[in-house]
Write a protein of this length. Structure first.
Length: 556
């Protein structure tokens, strides 16, 4: 691709061009901005290069030789400065030579099917104070069939994109006036969220959690004491002045829960104490990484903290993993994997403490007989964690539940219980979320179901479509009956054609449509249609009600 770009732009300057998880890219400094029309032209040139089937020749160069070779390529010269001596290699095909670690295929003719997908702006070395470059993304596969399958998958993903469906289904919006990464939930999206939250609270009550609320701002000093100010500052907002004291928007819910715990003396008999909060937190993310509902600056965690004795850690972690499994199953996720993330470079606490915490997590996973991967260095600064990655209907990974064992905060805040020996002992904290954040989990649900939420989550579960104005009165009566049985139902009383109203309900992904006209009024029923287009036919109102209710109650 770089050789093709050079052929079209002889003054092109080259930055870096790695392979990435889902393809490859290359960053260029070009005399004019690329347009979508440029990509087929570059691709055509690439096909000529592949057809010429030149071999790729690897050479090792000294620093001086490389500096001579790339004298007109300032970005390459800068890259050379970072390469250790003896590790400078270039590859040449035909007239074109590039700095590259390799390896390469032997000949250009071995390159299979490829497609350039899009262009994007990218700062040199990701640094917003440096040159803005033009990035071209592409994919390559061994065969045309594999390439086509991938492009089909991308097209399907675009249809399910939560940012697109968020607009089409009137779920949420993000406004420049409010600020990037800050979400407004519309009635439809808020309805889904409310159902999730109600279900979540009910399940937590069943499992012995107490639900709490804590403030959104608090004095900065406590975040210094916790270590967040030291280890997590790049994600914190600037403090604000309140009566001459510095306050911070809360980035985590932990400290409020600690203070509730510490509000009186706790005995070993009371433990474990489980405190849960749908807690909204604020974290700074760079503007460039914000994305829909998945990377935001304000979000609500389904957070909880379990305060327990060391001998209770294993059983508590097991119970959390089981709760997480139950939740994922209920929301329709069958595939997930567990990752054990261990001590990062920037961390608080001694190696012994880390080892102990990691061992407790491992013991829990092993007693559940669960397979897991390791992510060395991927833990939080205060402790190791188990991350659960969900796979959606498209096979893409989403961050799901997280469970962290923490001996650090109890130490810093002197969080104790009175043991059976009458002495004070430090408690162990388990931080956990089972959905992650409401925002990200909602985005995941939208994309997993392509906007067709399961019935129990659908903002509108049934829509009544009167064929003509004279049927509206009956439609309203049916609406009232269904609503009384707890079904979310509305009537489309607009004076549009029936076909139009049915299509509209399908576009809105309403699970059930009840068509009512003369025939239906006479038999005191409704003609039932599904959003899939399936036509069930004439049913009594009782039948409709039972059918919808049982789908809601079973959360199917
Ligand atoms: Zn926490």
């Amino acid at each position: 691709m770089a050789e093709a770009v050079l052929a079209l732009f002889p003054d092109a300057k080259f930055a870096i061009g790695p392979s990435i998880e889902d393809g490859f890219y290359y960053d260029f400094d070009l005399p004019r901005p690329l347009t979508p029309d440029d990509l087929p032209v570059i691709e055509a040139r690439m096909r000529e290069i592949v057809a010429a089937d030149q071999s790729f020749v690897r050479r090792e160069l000294s620093r001086e030789e490389a500096q001579d070779l790339f004298v007109d390529q300032p970005y390459k010269l800068e890259l050379l400065d970072d390469l250790p001596d003896g590790h400078i290699t270039v590859y040449t095909q035909g007239q074109f030579t590039d700095l590259c670690r390799g390896p390469h295929v032997e000949r250009a003719g071995q390159i299979g099917a490829f497609r350039l997908l899009r262009t994007a702006g990218a700062y040199w070395r990701g640094d917003e104070s440096r040159q803005m470059l033009q990035r071209i993304y592409g994919v390559a596969f061994e065969t045309e069939a594999e390439l086509q399958a991938h492009l089909d998958k991308l097209a399907e993903a675009a249809k399910r994109d939560h940012r697109k469906l968020g607009k089409d289904l009137d779920l949420f919006s993000i406004h420049e006036e409010v600020g990037p990464g800050l979400v407004c939930w519309h009635p439809n999206g808020a309805m889904v969220r409310q159902i999730i939250e109600d279900f979540w609270k009910e399940e937590h009550h069943k499992r012995g959690y107490g639900i709490v609320y804590t403030p959104h701002i608090g004095k900065l000093d406590q975040w210094k004491q916790s270590g967040h100010w030291e280890f997590y500052r790049e994600n914190l907002y600037s403090p604000m002045d309140v009566d001459g004291q510095q306050y911070l928007l809360k980035p985590m819910n932990c400290l409020g829960h600690i203070l509730i715990y510490k509000s009186r003396l706790r005995s070993y008999r009371e433990l474990p104490i489980r405190m849960a909060e749908l807690g909204t937190v604020y974290r700074y993310e760079r503007g460039g990484v914000l994305y829909g509902l998945t990377r935001v600056r304000g979000f609500t965690q389904d957070d909880a903290h379990i305060f327990c004795r060391q001998d209770q850690i294993r059983d508590e972690v097991i119970a959390v993993v089981q709760l997480a499994q139950f939740m994922m199953q209920t929301f329709g996720f069958q595939d997930y994997k567990l990752v054990l993330a261990t001590r990062p470079d920037k961390h608080a606490g001694t190696p012994e403490v880390w080892e102990h915490a990691t061992a407790a997590l491992t013991a829990a996973l092993e007693s559940l007989n669960l397979d897991y991967e390791e992510d060395p260095g991927g833990g939080a600064f205060y402790g190791p964690k188990i991350d659960v990655k969900l796979a959606d209907a498209m096979g893409r990974d989403w961050q799901g539940p997280t469970i962290q064992v923490d001996f650090n905060l109890p130490q810093r805040f002197d969080v104790c219980y009175i043991g059976d020996d009458g002495g004070e002992h430090l408690v162990t904290m388990i931080h956990r979320t089972v959905l992650g954040s409401m925002e990200r989990f909602f985005a995941c649900l939208v994309e997993h179901y392509g906007g067709s939420f399961p019935i129990w989550l659908s903002p509108v579960q049934a829509r009544i479509v009167p064929i003509a104005d004279r049927h509206i009165e009956y439609a309203l009566k049916v609406e009232d009956t269904l609503r009384r049985s707890g079904i979310r139902v509305d009537v489309d009383s607009r004076s549009e054609r029936m076909g139009f109203k049915i299509r509209d309900a399908q576009m809105a992904k309403v699970p059930y449509m009840l068509i009512v006209g003369d025939k239906e009024i006479e038999s005191e029923g409704a003609s039932l249609r599904l959003r899939s287009g399936e036509d069930i036919g004439l049913c009594s109102i009782d039948e409709v009600q039972n059918r919808v209710r049982s789908a809601i109650d079973s959360r199917s």
